[in-house]
Write a protein that binds this ligand. Structure first.
Ligand SMILES: [Mg+2]
Length: 168
């Protein structure tokens, strides 16, 4: 239950203000690697920059929660103009608790956006908020992440078997 995605999006750009409004979500916690950009990359795709602006225009609060180091996260977050929590220890929900205090919202208005079942999806489940699971933007450079990926298809297939489809 805590591992099967509730929603799968082709990428972060597929998340719309309408989808969030229909579910009463006003704040998003964003993963970085393979969610907002490629793994380890400082590149900000124009489509992602446009998506961030769309979210801001819709009044959605945004913050970054990453398991990666300040050295990796800070330059990227500053480019986006977003607050950030590094070394978040996902799937432990501590990073989400820090983000919630910063965002000043109730859990009922929050969602996690990320590309990993065993960090993003699980941390959201443990914290009691939905995860908007996004398919990874590319390959994984870290060995630990590659290992965890091998166990993801079971849960992703369960979503499809339950009739779930990919939001495009
Ligand atoms: Mg990630």
């Amino acid at each position: 239950m805590l591992l099967t995605p509730e929603y799968i999006f082709r990428n972060i750009e597929a998340i719309t203000p309408q989808f969030l409004q229909e579910r009463g979500i006003t704040a998003l916690v964003l993963d970085v690697d393979n969610t907002l950009t490629e793994d380890g990359s400082q590149n900000l795709a124009p489509t992602v920059a446009a998506w961030l602006q769309t979210m801001r225009d819709a009044g959605i609060s945004l913050t970054i929660v990453s398991n990666n180091t300040p050295r990796r996260v800070a330059p990227f977050a500053e480019k986006l103009g977003l607050a950030w929590v590094p070394l978040a220890c996902k799937p432990l929900p501590v990073g989400l608790a820090v983000a919630r205090r910063r965002l000043k919202v109730s859990r009922a208005r929050m969602a996690m956006v990320g590309d990993q079942i065993f960090t993003d999806r699980l941390s959201a489940g443990l914290y009691g908020i939905p995860c908007l699971y996004t398919l990874p933007r590319g390959g994984d450079t870290q060995r630990g992440v590659r290992f965890k990926r091998k166990f993801e298809p079971t849960y992703i297939n369960r979503y499809y078997q339950n009739g779930g489809t990919v939001y495009e």
